[in-house]
Design a protein around this ligand. Structure first.
Ligand SMILES: NC(=O)c1ccc[n+]([C@@H]2O[C@H](COP(=O)([O-])OP(=O)(O)OC[C@H]3O[C@@H](n4cnc5c(N)ncnc54)[C@H](OP(=O)(O)O)[C@@H]3O)[C@@H](O)[C@H]2O)c1
Length: 310
């Protein structure tokens, strides 16, 4: 990616993405819209993946004006079939994918299952990212692409209010990896921990798939964007703090600022070849030991690839 002298330096840092294809999930959301806009402004053709194609098309047009190149692919990424069909639609039209930002994510206050029988956080915050990366791998390899998983540092600390005590990392019972429907079980379900566990799965698989795809020139990194005033925050703010929700939001990062960390990983020429890492914003950070366990990574990869390949 060459530095494009004529472009204003936004979060993309002046990178020229002309002729590149970038896929962004969660494209209608707070950070997703910024990601699409900045990548398109830098010259990329952006495939914006969203549940409501018409609404997202309107939002993106409004935000971007005539700044060109994007198309919307409709997909409910909580569904196995939704991920498979989205990947098929993208790879049919784009044999080369240079950037994939797995940005879609959600927090669900109650435990819910998808029609496939998987807990919702597992489906949206893990399987969507794994599945698209897995099913788009040929297009990614053809382009020597970069994958960015938008994770959350809740995987390092599942306390929603961090005033006292020690960090409580997300846990993962390896026995639950026998079958994806066993992850985030009903017994002892805590919504924020379930969200954090799903992000932990994303980072764990990110390390593993990064190693597999490294020889093929594809890089995969995960990033915590910071605490950002977007739609997801309404679900995440604990009930007791909702009366002061407006004040809390004002103390948070803007979606533009939040998106900049993922954009850097997706486009910064200085990060070419950097792979298999986790960043808290711009700084590389550690994740729980279980995420580096090779046996856990292998089981997670087996069960997840079977889910999409069967
Ligand atoms: N905001 C924060 O403080 C924060 C902190 C750490 C990590 N994150 C992560 O940052 C990412 C972006 O979130 P955001 O903060 O920009 O929140 P957001 O505004 O709520 O955006 C989330 C996006 O995910 C999409 N999504 C949810 N469920 C989906 C499904 N079943 N299929 C397809 N798309 C689905 C939403 O699509 P719809 O438009 O169709 O609803 C929305 O566009 C998420 O992965 C989130 O976990 C955010």
């Amino acid at each position: 990616m060459n530095a494009g002298g004529s472009r204003a330096a936004g979060p993309v840092g002046g990178a020229d993405l002309t002729g590149r294809v970038a896929v962004v999930t969660g494209a209608g959301g707070g950070m997703g819209r910024v990601l699409v806009g900045e990548l398109a402004r830098a010259g990329a053709h952006v495939v914006a993946v969203a549940r409501d194609a018409l609404r997202t098309e309107g939002l993106l047009r409004e935000a971007m004006g005539d700044h060109g190149g994007f198309e919307v692919v409709q997909a409910d990424l909580s569904l196995r079939r939704g991920v498979i069909d989205a990947a098929a639609a993208i790879s049919r039209r784009h044999p080369r994918v240079h950037v994939l930002v797995n940005n879609a994510g959600a927090h669900f206050p109650e435990r819910r299952l998808t029609p496939d029988g998987v807990e919702m956080h597992v489906a949206v915050d893990y399987l969507a990212a794994f599945g698209l990366t897995h099913l788009l791998r040929e297009s990614l390899v053809a382009a020597g692409g970069r994958v960015v998983h938008v994770a959350s540092d809740s995987l390092n600390d599942t306390r929603q209010v961090r005033l006292v005590g020690r960090a409580r990392p997300a846990g993962l019972d390896p026995a639950h990896l026998e079958d994806l429907t066993r992850l985030n079980p009903a017994g002892g379900f805590v919504a924020f921990e379930a969200y954090a566990r799903a992000k932990l799965l994303t980072v764990t698989s990110g390390y593993d798939v990064a190693r597999l795809l490294r020889p093929h020139g594809v890089t995969i990194n995960s990033v915590h964007p910071g605490i950002v005033a977007t739609g997801i925050v309404d679900d995440l703010v604990p009930a007791a703090l909702r009366p002061v929700g407006g004040l809390i939001r004002r103390a948070m990062r803007t979606p533009r600022d939040g998106a900049s960390a993922a954009l850097r990983l997706a486009t910064d020429p200085a990060l070419a070849g950097v792979t298999g890492r986790y960043y808290r914003r711009e700084r590389e950070a550690t994740t729980p030991a279980v995420s580096h366990d090779a046996a856990v990574q292998q089981r997670l990869h087996d069960v997840s690839s079977r889910w999409f390949d069967r």
